[in-house]
Design a binder for this molecule. Sequence first.
Ligand code: BGC
Length: 950
Amino acid sequence: MSSDDKPRPEIGQPVDHFGNVEVTSAHPGGNVPPETALKTFRPVAIPSKGSDPTHAGTASVRSVLRTPHRTPRPRRARPPARLAAALRRAGARQRAYRVVVRDEGGRVAWDTGRVESARQRAGYAGEPLRPRTRYTWSAEVWDDAEEPAGRAESWFETGLMGGWRASWIGVDETVLPVFDPPVDDDLTANTRRLSYCPHLRRSFGLARRPERARIYASAQGVYRLYVNGVAVTDAELQPGWTDYRHRIPYHAHDVTGLLREGENVLAVVLADGWWSGFVGFDPRRAGKLYGDAPAFLAQLHVDHDDGSGEVIVTDGAWRESRGTLRYSDLLMGEYHDARERRDGWDLPGFDDSAWTPAAVTGGDTSLLTAARAQPVRVLADLPAERTWRGPDGHLIADLGQNMVGRVRLTVRGAARGTRIRLRHAEMLDQDGRLYLANLRRAEATDVYVCAGEPEEVYEPAFTFHGFRYVEVAGWDDVEVTGRAMHSDTPWTGEFTCDDAMVNRLHENIRWGQRGNFLSVPTDCPQRDERLGWLADAQVFLPTAARGADVAAFFANWMEDVLAGQDADGAFPDVAPLVCLTREGAPAWGDAGVIIPWTLYRLYGDDRVLRRCYPAMTRWVDHIRRHNPDLIWRRRTGRHYGDWLQIGAETPREVLATAYFARSAELTGRAARVLGEHEDAARHEELAAAVRAAFAREFVTEDGRIEGDTQTCYLLALEFGLLPEHLRDAAAAHLARDVEKNGDHLTTGFIGVSLLCPVLTRIGRADLAYALLHQEGFPGWLFSVKQGATTIWERWDGWTPERGFQSPNMNSFNHYSLGAVGEWLYGGVAGIGQEPDSVAYEKLTLAPRPGGRLTRASAVQETARGRVESAWSVTGATITLDVLIPPGAEATVRIPTSDPGRVAESARPIGECGHVTVLGHAGQGDGALVCAVASGRYRFTAPWAANEPPL
Ligand code: BGC
């Protein structure tokens, strides 16, 4: 068995890595009951390389309510990384907190003392943190009745903070094997260019077992690291993809339990990954984007109980050899020849004298930065649902789900040397063959050459594919399991309703997120692309943040967006910037402004905003400088317009100018938050001037916008570009267009996320539902009806009339058009926040019954805590169950046909001490609006079936 096949153990406690810090799961502490206990401390901005250590981390104190009504249900979604404390009374608020951080010796590094504040974040401001040190921390919370309301503890550990002594090592290119004339082989033009995956090892002795050991590791490429034959982590494709020209992440692994007295071995397998493998679609920059060959770097610190220690680093003492992997590439796939296995190569006692000394390929550690986001992991197994023999005589396995990852292939009874080829596809063509044309240059083919054992299990190590179908050629007695992998962002939200098609749509959106949040937010997982497109990410972020805690994931990726900004201030189209090196287009480059702002709004952490702010202003200056008349016509990059719109043509200048106004406005708002008031005024003025220019140039006196498309109106209404007297008219034009199109949408990537939210806001939730339920073409349920299990890139990716769209661009796993997911939580279930609220401090619960639905519910772990909203209509009664987290006050809009007869827990609403009636929505019917304190409530109210639009 090679190391690659070995089960990965849990090493101590599961370790995650945020900032320069390892964070473990919680130790419930003090008097906090387990179900409301501390989860984790998330330090986001631990300085690496010993830079400014004063901004080291932020404690988030989040309160979770235990209500008097019911005990909390067990969590299905994993909560976000926050300290949770118990505020037990309904309506309880946090009055004060105290955070104490201690070092390993118990010395206090930071003590806030008791702080009279309801704040739930506290940036570390203690003494400078030392490298490689475990700090424990505790937080206490008091409520407004002066009761201690919860206490919790956890720990974090600092990284190397610059103390690197290791060098980069790899294959010694001067030691080449003899070269024979080419013969026929089973390589392709692409794979022939790939190199073997080096195996590197280093043996060393220890006089005794250490008290503690950590290995800090990174690669130019991707790696799997073993200590005495055991993988140090279950993370995949480490260290992940960043803009390696600017930073290379490293991870810390706790390997204390893996070392022993006597001989020990560090062993690593290296592959090209994003560093030197094929990435993107540009054949002129097909691969080797960062370097010619992969390299590895690691530093093992062994600490003994007497205070002594030793350090083992990557250097010329390591030995290198070929192994089983002839090549392994993200786009092309992997070639594993099991006959080349060297058993025991990663264990003590192996004779490596025939191996080549590793080459030291470099000594520059200046780009190493602590990994900031969750790693990629295999997070679901999908056994084949059906296997049959395809038209070419090969087996085809259907996993029942378009997924991203790899296959685990169990092979029985194959003779040594049997060559098995796995090909992967999202769809089958009309003849039942794999539909491979849309992969373009990506080969997505894995080859396994059997060792000849009775049963062999193969799982590719350094590649991933986007697929639902797997073709197995070369051997029939096999078992296929799909192993889905993605960045391990904790799931925080759930949505469900009583319409199976809508539920499937929600699932498809989630699978799109799973598959495409792989180290960076990618557009697609299957073809020769897989790039971090900025607009896709920008339109999908609000949806993504409903379902999962993506704060660290996006904060990490924003570093690549910043790195991609050019000297003129233009953000790129894609990050990390590997191709398409031109200036970013409208709505694409604008993501550099929109994403930091959205993260701030959703998570309340102003540090990403602060970090990005100068770049945001440079982007706005860039647009303004080249467009003095404030209509964005010049320097528009590749200008994709409302990409993949259908049956409509939104004028590009309209779209661009709308985004110009938006970016100016958001930069102004960011400036206010950050206390840059002069800048704020400058941007506010600019935004107003662009809005005026937009109205002058594109809007007629009857509220029509040039182009007259859904996206034109959506942008203008959402971004506030219209003079007040024209808003209703523009809203009517939008509604008219939807109706004129027979309740069909015409939007592309840019308009799509705004459709349902804006229609709801203008009082036409009925039309939003009509679009949601639309099963005809085009619409979200059209693909669901065709059996889609993910969101398609194009509305017409496949239609019964014309079959597949152009294979030049036809992904069946693109999340952008799934941006409607945000409305399922925010519109249908109604979880939201006031326009001026941050991190759900001023929560709004405005459920919108409608369409075919008679019930819907959503759960969301917000930055303030768990929020629930569930409504159901039975006969003439609507029931609304809500959970409001401690410290938040919610404005709840209870839909009803008779606001005078609303009850809470079967009592008249006036008798409920924690609810204050604010009034009736709209014209006095439709809903009762209340201010509701934290707690769990059940409202019941009369409901007339044919309710006027809410
Ligand atoms: C990508 C999209 C991207 C678009 C812009 C496509 O190739 O897949 O996601 O936004 O190009 O042109």
